[in-house]
Design a protein around this ligand. Structure first.
Ligand code: NAX
Length: 328
């Protein structure tokens, strides 16, 4: 039998945590032949709630679940970790400036990055979900100099899945008919969902849509503002769909992306497509042999260039701000 994989989930008592843990324990994160040991990290006030979730995990009697441990100390929670899902973050509260938000999150993701650096297994993979996800990933990565930078990623898979679904609805096709869609840039309102390279049943998606106004004034803003629309409708932010995207992200990272398609992941730039090196920005990627590779050689038209640059500019501003605060 395979040895259990250590999966640490931060913010485990939160709403995404609740939607995520049961799917991990059932085998959907890594595959149905891989046992997992869950390690939940929470702040002291939420430990009791995490214990309640752990009781429910017990009650599912998942054959693949090798154990559940609960911690309020990142050093312990990340000891020996193979997959780290950084979900817990400091949310923006009313009247909070961006500077305060970045500073509060620096206080979380800096120490967590250092704990991962010191304690993680050699094959560690990190996915940051907690917002501002790209810059939180940048902060964690900056505190983990001994780990290859490309093991630190931030989640734009939810945006990717939202874009797939919107485009499929517009063209009246199934999401599985669509390939090669891309989210570029920041997981924020400036993100750019790009369909110029996308294919629908093998033909150009842009030609199939044939409606630049829809693309510009409906598709892009609908995808970028979907999070706000969910809050408006549900009275709470996306949880099950965010957990689903985290599962998709890690599953593909470990098991590979299908031939003839790609997905979207925010990872430290190697300078591809003019994105400054080191910025954690979303790219079209494939997963091969357990690593992400940025898809190279795509032609970027003027419409796309403008939008990629705007989102990357926002990421540069965030990086400047966390630098000025001494967080990286
Ligand atoms: P909740 O507020 O329900 O849960 C967050 C949990 O994190 C809480 O239980 C809290 O106690 C815990 N926490 C806070 N600081 C912690 C720390 N230092 N260590 C460990 N745990 C800590 O939020 P939820 O709805 O679960 O969302 C979690 C994060 O995901 C938020 O930052 C949210 O903005 C972000 N999202 C990111 C998305 C993405 O696509 N990248 C989409 C969904 C979501 O909005």
């Amino acid at each position: 039998a395979k040895a259990p994989v250590n999966v640490t989930v931060t913010g485990a008592a939160g709403q995404i945590g609740y939607a995520l843990l049961f799917r991990i324990a059932s085998g959907q994160l890594l595959g149905v032949d891989t046992p997992v040991r869950l390690r939940l990290l929470e702040i002291p006030q939420a430990i009791k709630a995490a214990e309640g979730t752990a009781m429910e995990l017990d009650d599912c009697a998942f054959p693949l679940l090798a154990g559940v441990d609960i911690y309020d100390d990142p050093r312990k929670a990340f000891d020996g970790v193979n997959v780290a899902l950084l979900v817990g973050a400091r949310p923006r509260t009313k009247g909070m400036e961006r500077r305060d938000l970045l500073e509060a999150n620096g206080g979380i993701f800096g120490p967590q990055g250092a704990a991962i650096n010191d304690g993680a297994a050699d094959d560690v993979r990190v996915l940051v979900v907690g917002n501002p996800a790209n810059t939180n990933a940048l902060i964690a990565q900056a505190h983990a100099p001994d780990i290859p930078a490309d093991r630190f990623t931030a989640m734009t898979r939810l945006d990717h899945n939202r874009a797939l679904s919107q485009l499929a609805a517009k063209l009246n096709v199934s999401v599985s008919d669509i390939k090669k869609l891309t989210i570029w840039g920041n997981h924020s309102a400036t993100q750019y969902p790009d369909i110029f390279h996308a294919e629908v049943n093998g033909r150009s998606a842009v030609e199939a849509v044939n409606d630049e106004e829809w693309l510009r004034d409906t598709f892009i803003p609908t995808v970028a503002k979907r999070g706000a629309a969910i809050i408006e409708a549900r009275g709470a932010s996306s949880a099950a769909s965010a957990a689903n995207a985290a599962i998709d992200h890690v599953y593909d990272w470990v098991n590979g992306t299908p031939e003839g398609d790609w997905t979207s992941v925010a990872l430290p730039s190697d300078g591809s497509y003019g994105v400054p090196e080191g910025l954690v920005s979303s790219f079209p990627v494939v997963s091969r042999n357990g690593s992400w590779e940025i898809v190279q050689g795509l032609e970027i038209n003027e419409f796309s260039r403008e939008r990629i640059d705007a989102s990357v500019r926002e990421l540069e501003e965030e990086r400047e701000a966390v630098r000025a605060l001494g967080l990286i």
